[in-house]
Write a protein that binds this ligand. Structure first.
Ligand code: HEC
Length: 202
């Protein structure tokens, strides 16, 4: 009886390994096909297909890496956040609204620096905008409900700059880290969330 249970356990572990190996092989094959079929054009280079250490670990551990690794990687991502030299985290909410609503950018026909934040793809923000995605939590009334504090202003800037510094396998893009948004653009979007006059807080 005991032997049978042990044997079943070994079989289950072996089956698990086979699946993981298959998955890794499929992934490698898929990337090889993309590298074969996608061609660099304009600002859309194929180096996007290469995962960095964080992305590789999130794939390998199915977005659930061991705690020690999470701590180490999140600390490294946090250390890489470049805070504004002038110590101000908020810009112009009106410009921020345009950036948050724009899903443009990063394709071969786009100019570098012309990217939007695609925030509405994943978040509700202003009640005036009827269409939004729900991959991320609603940010409606963000500043009003969280508090217009210095700490929250800094947090929002850091979150937009690199969400993975707070949640390693977050699906939210690392806008500052990847250079998708520059310092001023991040400040403007942060103001859209944190300025009392912004429609997000009405
Ligand atoms: C692909 C989806 C996606 C996009 C695009 C995205 N986010 Fe997020 N965001 C998330 C998810 C999911 C979370 C929840 C926490 C996590 O997983 O990191 C989140 C969390 C946040 C938080 C923290 C919320 C809290 O409770 O403190 C803020 C602030 C935020 N996002 C702002 C933005 C802004 C501003 C933009 C646009 C520049 C944006 N997000 C774009 C998915 C996204």
């Amino acid at each position: 009886m005991r032997k049978a249970i042990v044997f079943a356990g070994v079989a289950a572990v072996a089956a698990g390994c086979a699946t993981m190996q298959d998955e890794a092989a499929y992934r490698e094959q898929a990337v090889a096909w993309m590298k074969r079929d996608f061609h660099a054009r304009g600002m859309a280079k194929t180096d996007r297909l290469n995962q960095d250490e964080l992305q590789r670990a999130c794939t390998q551990y199915n977005n659930n890496p061991p705690e020690a690794l999470v701590k180490r990687v999140e600390a490294a991502e946090m250390a890489g956040i470049k805070l504004p030299a002038d110590g101000k985290y908020l810009g112009d909410w009106k410009r921020g609204q345009r950036i948050a609503s724009s899903g443009r950018g990063m394709t071969w026909s786009d100019k570098p620096g012309a990217a939007g934040g695609s925030c509405y793809n994943c978040h509700q923000l202003s009640p005036q905008q009827p269409s939004f995605g729900t991959i991320g939590p609603s940010l409606r009334g963000y500043g009003k409900t969280r508090g217009y504090t210095a700490e929250n202003r800094k947090y929002v800037y850091q979150r937009i700059y690199n969400s993975k510094a707070f949640s390693m396998c977050s699906t939210m893009p690392r806008f500052g880290h990847s250079g998708t948004l520059n310092e001023q653009q991040i400040k403007d979007v942060a103001a859209y969330l944190m300025d009392p006059a912004s429609p997000v807080n009405q």
